[in-house]
Each structure stands twice: as structure tokens, then as C-alpha cells.
Design a protein around this ligand. Structure first.
Ligand code: PDD
Length: 286
């Protein structure tokens, strides 16, 4: 089946979808994005992603391409026509193009470019990777200082994943000033003596939509949560660890820099949180 994608008001077969070579998303990574997961053909936490998108756009003085209701309609239509039961919807808004390359922002009349496409991922919820758990390495965090804005500047996170792969691992956690910031595409947590520890929100990390939901669910399940800075050594000495993201939900971490956590298998709190998150999210999906 040919994938149908959305570009600036049109639903098109992917091969026919086109964006200008002068688009600032392409030339300057002057673009923001969201990834929303789909379970049972329904959107998980659409509202959270729409609110964060608006915030990213506002922080960069970028115009909203359409209303929230229109965005919801586009998401739903793409899920439907592409017959997505489990998968992802990728959305990107760039500052568009006024037909040339210039560091100065284009005029206010320039229309933002809006692109959405689906990724079919059967077995996303029941993933073998989550049953095995992830092995991670730690790397220096050399990204820019506004990681709270979800921009498409993903070269370094992408290089981080490649460094992890080269080391025979699955992902990387980044470290700045001696403390873990986050994973290449997820938020980071460890558990010690039953207490979940994660870095507090700031400009240094993305304000994960899954993070917010998981912390709420952890509190509801009477789990203890502490938001504070932590070192990679603390994480290595933890009983268990995990990451959260829209694309992998709650992903247990079983090894950090070659050090096995606990017995080297996914920990009970990570497994329980994954179950609760999937269960609650399915119920609230729209
Ligand atoms: N990444 N931190 C970073 C750097 C991320 O890129 C992501 C998400 C998260 C988790 O945020 P959320 O829970 O809202 O997905 C944290 C997406 C999934 C991606 O780039 O594909």
C-alpha cells in the first residue's frame, strides 16, 4: 500500500509530496516537530503534543499552521487512510520559505510548511526490545541550550545513537556538567530502593509528554518520585533504570556503560510502569 502523507493542505501519495529546496526546515533546521503514538488506531495524548507544539512555535516566533482541531483531523485521517493500528504520526512545522537563503527570518506573510506522515509499527506495544531492555552508553551532551523546544536539530542525537550502535548498545544518555540530561530521544530515570529519580524540567531537557503522564501514574500508584540532578555513576549503581518517549513508551534499561543493573533484566518498577502507561493510554486514546 502506498503511504498517503500530508503537505500544506493536501493529502498525497508519498512520492508526490514536495517541499521547496529553500525551505528553512531543510536549509537551517528552522523547524519543530512532534511524534504522537497510535495504539488500536487511536492517538495517544494528542492534547499534550498539541500544547507542546504551540509552545515550541511560540518560543521561536513561528506562526501556527492551522488550528488544533484541524491538526487532530489531519492526524486521524492519516491514521485511517494508512490503516495504522500501532505506529506513529510524525508532524513537522518549518518557518517555510520566501524563495531564497537568508539568515534573517522571512517576512511575516511567509506561510509555515506543515508536513505529517505515519509510520506503521505493528507490535509497538508488545515490543521484544522492551522485554529485553536497552543497553546504553553515556556520551557528552554538546547540544544547544534550548532543548525544551522540540526542534529538528537532531544531528547530534542521531550521532549519539550511532555511537551506541558502534559500541554494541541501543542508545545513549547524555551528560552535561557531570549530570545526566536525557537520552538521545527520550527522558532518563533510575530507581534505587524503590524511589524513581529523574532530572527536573528546565531548558536543558525536552519536557516529555510521556514523562508527564508516567510521573502522574507513578504518583497515583503510590510510587515515590524525586526530581533532581543525578550522575551517571548513581544510575550505574541503581537497582533499575528506564526511559520514556512517545515512540517506545516506558523502556527498561538493563545496562549502562557495560555495567549490568540489578540482575541485568528489566526491573519490576519499569515493567509495572510500562503496563500501567499502556493500559491507561489505551483507555484515554482518541
Ligand atoms: N523524541 N527527550 C528527547 C531529546 C526526545 O527527542 C524525546 C522524544 C523525549 C521524550 O518526549 P515524549 O515523551 O514527548 O515523546 C525526550 C521523539 C519520540 C522522537 O524524536 O522520535
Amino acid at each position: 500500500m502506498t503511504r498517503t502523507v500530508y503537505v500544506n493542505g493536501e493529502y498525497l501519495p508519498e512520492a508526490e509530496a514536495k517541499v521547496s529546496i529553500f525551505d528553512r526546515g531543510f536549509l537551517m533546521a528552522d523547524a519543530v516537530y512532534e511524534v504522537t503514538s497510535v495504539l488500536d488506531g487511536k492517538l495517544i495524548d494528542f492534547e499534550g503534543h498539541a500544547v507542546r507544539l504551540k509552545r515550541s512555535l511560540d518560543e521561536l516566533q513561528m506562526a501556527e499552521p492551522c488550528t488544533k482541531d484541524e491538526l487532530l483531523e489531519i492526524h486521524r485521517k492519516l491514521v485511517e487512510v494508512n490503516e495504522i493500528d500501532e505506529g506513529l504520526v510524525y508532524l513537522q512545522v518549518s518557518r517555510g520559505s520566501d524563495g531564497d537563503r537568508d539568515f534573517v527570518f522571512p517576512s511575516a506573510e511567509t506561510k509555515p510548511t506543515l508536513v505529517l506522515f505515519t509510520q506503521n509499527k505493528p507490535g509497538l506495544a508488545d515490543s521484544p526490545a522492551a522485554q529485553k531492555g536497552a543497553k546504553i552508553i553515556s556520551i557528552e551532551d554538546i547540544r544547544w541550550g534550548r532543548r525544551d523546544i522540540k526542534t529538528t536539530q537532531l544531528l547530534y542525537p542521531s550521532m549519539g545513537k550511532m555511537m551506541a550502535k558502534a559500541a554494541g548498545c541501543d542508545d545513549a544518555w547524555m551528560i552535561e556538567d557531570g549530570h545526566v540530561t536525557e537520552g538521545t530521544s527520550n527522558n532518563a530515570y533510575f530507581v534505587k530502593n524503590g524511589k524513581i529519580v529523574t532530572r527536573p524540567l528546565s531548558n536543558e531537557i525536552l519536557h516529555g509528554i510521556t514523562r508527564k503522564a508516567v510521573l502522574r501514574m507513578a504518583a497515583e500508584a503510590q510510587m515515590e518520585v524525586e526530581e533532581r540532578l543525578f550522575t551517571i555513576d548513581e544510575a550505574k549503581e541503581a537497582d533499575e533504570a528506564f526511559t520514556t518517549s512517545a515512540s517506545a513508551f516506558v523502556m527498561p534499561v538493563v545496562e549502562i556503560d557495560g555495567v549490568a543493573l540489578g540482575d541485568g533484566t528489566p526491573g519490576p518498577i519499569a515493567k509495572r510502569l510500562r503496563e500501567i502507561y499502556l493500559d491507561e493510554s489505551r483507555k484515554a486514546a482518541i
